[in-house]
Design a protein around this ligand. Structure first.
Ligand code: HAS
Ligand code: CU
Length: 542
């Protein structure tokens, strides 16, 4: 019964992927300078559709569906009350999504996925976003309810690892979305309704990035759930350490939020001392990723040794390369090494001055979110969808899955690689094709834009493949039982310290860090606020 709700989420997620993917293709074609959009469709409109569908809809629906299934699998199932709560959340999210999407399609909201003020969208767009956020809180409560019930029934025992991880990510999401809810409810909605004339742009952006950075970890942590707790089982190995995995998730909860200024390093109006502090905290949040890399290498290494592999990289050869459940997320993992290195570059204030607002940043998040995270999501769905629909991952689909991942990877090498280089040459992000009045510098960018269109086309092929696999596994694959793999820790006597489940403690430290990083700069921003801005619609109407 829990399966239906997860599948409902996946239908929305994969529909978003199909449509969002088509928009992505069109964007790269426009930016190549060789093609123009027909029928008065505007570049910034499809860019908004792409960003909102891929960055907000696909991710949120997939993650909620996956985590709901993971909690169900590891706790013995949701109660009727939790299931009902989950369904209510799902529908509220869906209605909100449709409201926002309608306004974008009507050209009333070409404000991109970050909806920065003073770009002003129709109020229904903002109201729709509010529904999505509130719906996700309700949806996420289902996981928390089931986790709480498990804890009550099993006093003194650490909760199942996957449930613990899912709940951390849901809590992270709830704390983070308070920021975006605040700017939408108190600033953007009243402003778009005409109740107030102006908006304080810096306050709005600061609240957005309070949310925007933890948002990227909300995307990442489900992938880490798979890497830590599922992949070891798929390859026939063990989790290197259950406690280490839990600790890294707790560190994400603590350090994900008080770091939003690293997206605002070039923003005037924020005191550099506070930017410096948040950059230090950003470097703190790199630590749990390094811990993750370490423990994954350890898992692979130990598994390899158990199979008789020797030497520094002997383990590499004995991994199950013919199994899509492993290979697809592994390509994502490997991509996360350069992707994470790019993130560390961005986080370094001086280097960010070079890359900020260039298409390098777009390259960065197409490696992190659109490769590491999304390939892991694909890898998960290849066993989870048949598990939920009572079907089997066939040999043919397994093979197609592996091909899909390589197609994706190659497309991304072209697209994201070209974006990184073009960014270093100064090419701006968030912009349609332009020769900038025949400027010599802009002419240098064009070959890279063509490379992006080549990559975009290959990636679109990847989208078609993944949709074929998804539809096959949801409707046509032969009936059977597909396992939901859950790994065990190498040291089975090791019991995670109960302090990890002390929510008062972790939420207390989270709140303290947020207050520390944001209170004084926020008071500063409000006290020294410039005049507000009226709204702008920079995009062309029909
Ligand atoms: Fe980022 C901008 C800094 C990670 C997403 N980022 C963005 C934006 C997005 C995004 C969407 O400090 C653009 C937002 C916008 O529209 O303006 N990012 C970081 C840092 C990290 C980081 C320090 N980002 C992510 C992840 C994302 C994501 C993850 C999505 C899922 N990012 C920034 C900054 C900006 C930024 C600045 C603003 C730039 C600007 O100027 O606007 C870190 O979390 C990265 C840590 C990661 C590692 C890698 C660990 C490696 C692992 C893999 C092990 C592999 C194995 C396989 C075992 C340290 C865990 C072995 C295989 C073999 C073949 C050997
Ligand atoms: Cu960030």
């Amino acid at each position: 019964m829990d399966a239906k709700l997860s599948m409902a989420h996946f239908f929305v997620a994969f529909s978003a992927l199909a449509l969002g993917g088509l928009m992505g293709l069109l964007q790269t074609l426009v930016r190549s300078g060789k093609w123009e959009l027909p029928w008065g469709i505007d570049y910034y409109q499809i860019l908004t559709v792409h960003g909102v569908l891929m960055g907000l809809v696909l991710t949120t629906f997939f993650i909620m569906g996956f985590q709901y299934a993971a909690v169900s699998r590891t706790t013995g199932g949701h109660s009727n009350a939790a299931r009902r709560t989950g369904w209510v959340g799902f529908w509220v999210m869906l209605v909100g999504t449709l409201m926002a999407a309608t306004m974008v399609l009507l050209k009333e909201a070409s404000v991109l996925y970050t909806f920065y003020a003073p770009l002003k969208a129709h109020w229904i767009f903002y109201l729709g976003l509010t529904f999505v956020v509130v719906g996700s809180w309700v949806d996420g409560s289902a996981q928390i309810m089931t986790y709480a019930r498990w804890r009550k029934n099993n006093p003194g025992k650490p909760s199942p690892l996957l449930s613990f991880m899912a709940v951390i990510n849901t809590v992270l999401w709830i704390v983070a979305t308070l920021g975006v809810a605040a700017t939408v409810l108190f600033q953007l909605l009243p402003w778009s309704l005409g109740l107030v004339d102006t908006v304080d742009v810096l306050v709005s952006r600061t609240l957005f990035w309070y949310f925007g950075h933890p948002l990227v970890y909300f995307w990442l942590l489900p992938a880490y759930m798979c890497w830590y707790a599922i992949i070891p089982k798929v390859i026939g190995g063990k989790i290197f350490s259950d406690s280490l995995a839990r600790l890294s998730f707790i560190l994400f909860l603590l350090f994900s939020i008080p770091v939003g200024f690293h997206h605002q390093l070039t923003e005037p109006g924020i005191d550099p001392a506070w930017k410096f502090l948040q950059v230090i905290l950003t470097f703190m949040v790199i630590i749990p990723s390094l811990m993750t890399a370490f423990s994954l290498f350890a898992t692979f290494e130990r598994y390899g040794r158990s199979k008789g592999a020797t030497g520094l990289f002997g383990w590499f050869k004995v991994l199950p390369w013919n199994d899509a459940r492993f290979t697809v997320p592994f390509i994502g993992m490997a991509s996360f090494i350069p992707a994470g290195a790019g993130g560390i570059i961005n986080a370094s204030n001086q280097m960010d001055q070079v890359v900020h607002n260039t298409i390098w940043v777009t390259g960065h998040f197409h490696l992190t979110a659109a490769t590491s995270v999304v390939l892991t999501f694909f890898g998960i769905s290849y066993w989870l969808v048949p598990h939920l629909t009572g079907r089997k991952l066939t040999k043919a689909m397994n093979k197609l899955g592996i091909i899909q991942a390589w197609v994706w990877f190659i497309g991304m090498v072209f697209m994201s690689g070209a974006m990184h280089i073009q960014g270093l040459l100064g090419g701006p992000r968030r912009s349609a094709f332009s020769t900038y009045g025949g400027s010599k510098q802009a002419a240098e960018w064009i070959p890279y834009q063509i490379a992006q269109a080549v990559g975009g086309t290959i990636l679109f092929l990847g989208i078609i493949l993944v949709i074929i696999i998804f539809v096959n596994l949801a409707f046509f694959a032969p009936k059977g039982e597909q396992e939901f793999p859950v790994a065990e820790a190498e040291n089975s006597e090791e019991q995670a310290p109960m302090v990890f489940e002390n929510w008062k403690l972790w939420l207390g430290i989270t709140a303290a860090l947020i207050l520390f990083a944001y209170t004084i700069p926020f008071i500063d921003i409000i006290q020294n606020a410039p005049l507000g801005s009226k709204g702008f619609q920079t995009w062309g109407k029909w």
